[in-house]
Design a protein around this ligand. Sequence first.
Ligand code: UDX
Length: 453
Amino acid sequence: MRVAIIGTGYVGLTTGVCLAFIGHDVYCLDSDKSKIEALRNGRVPIFEPFLAELLEEARSNLTFTTCYEEAIPGAEVVFIAVGTPPTPSGAPNLEFLSQAARSIGQHMNSHLTVVVNKSTVPIGSGNWVDSLLRDAIDSRQNGGEHTGFAVASNPEFLREGSALHDSLYPDRIVIGADEPRALEVLYTLYRPILDQTFSAPTYLPRPETVGAVPLLSTDLASAELIKYAANAFLALKISFINEIGLVAERVGADISEVGRGIGLDSRIGPRFLSAGIGWGGSCFGKDTAALIATAGEYGLHLPIVEAARKINSRQRDRVVEKLLHELKILKGRTIGLLGLAFKPNTDDLREAPAIEIAQKLIDRGVRVKAHDPVAIDRFEREHKGMGVLLCGSACEVAEGCDALVLITEWSEYRDLEWEEIAKKMRCPIILDGRHALDAEKLSRAGLRMLSIS
Ligand code: UDX
């Protein structure tokens, strides 16, 4: 099928490359010329494992362009995957979405183009995009009289760092549309993934447990709400374990064991129960704020979601409190952060706990040093003015530090030369913000380990 994707961020690019890989003819459009130029040359502008490899394999089915005139005419499906960054009120900024909808409306020419919201958009955006498309068609010189379209919502559940795995082997695909024709088109588009009939890339083998992928087709509003509810639920699962962590700390329980113990109950499930400094990233913060804002428009309060946000923010304060308790005076101290990215296997720094924690420490007169295996360059570009001293290795960070804090559980941090690190530090203290380190190993190396539980 002929497909156009508007926006080449994490979601747009991953979706485009995966659809091209399973055999569709995909046009990826972005207004950023340098990004499109890089993609044409096979360079992927984000850090995402195997994305460059899959792009190379799917190259013959991919066109990268900045022109709506090139991407839209003839497309059977158009995905809108543009950014919807948060505004101060918590409601997302829909400027890019409305620009994209208008431009699509100006150029689509098929009898039926299915326009799909893939960006996380407020409930009701499907109807709004529908009206923008209709206005754009009506304003065309030729009147667009043979042009037909249907709007659908197809929320994305991919996680950064495992975006391709999540797209090729999803737990489910959700499609919302009020018109059955749109559902049929999207069913055909996703069929190779639903039936798992494509040959898996060697570097992303199909997990043995993956069979046919469930397809849930709903009305527009339900699909839109599913996305927000899923992210809010995952966020509150993390905040729940962090709240229990507070009790665990007081009563002397091990929160990792408590998480394992409750997660083995199949009604609860083991994932998203890792306690620590809490969630970051572009979705949980933004989507919980947007859900609260939407509910507010209907005069509703969402105390559970609000509490999840408060608990998450408190976890960052607890890092500072723990260090203060341990070191007594923070002013003039040097503290090293291991990890800057909001989670391993990405260089994304949006709402990264490292940034918030570094700022809180700097505000208290601390000299902050940091290392990250992949996010250093991005940090330098995006947060240059913060005054964090960036280092080329974890050992370099440790030099002269009064404490280290593990912020991102990159696998390489689990097996560092801890003896060497301990020797380089002024006080051999490490705060494990992710319950990722081996306490015995650290203790043998002469480090005193603290944790956020
Ligand atoms: C999330 C959703 O998982 C995905 O479905 C949605 O489409 C986008 O938002 P992502 O933000 O990429 O994906 O990462 P995710 O793996 O969900 O982690 C989010 C944050 O929660 C990270 O900062 C991670 O460190 C933290 N986290 C995750 C925990 O603190 N504890 C956990 O148990 C799991």
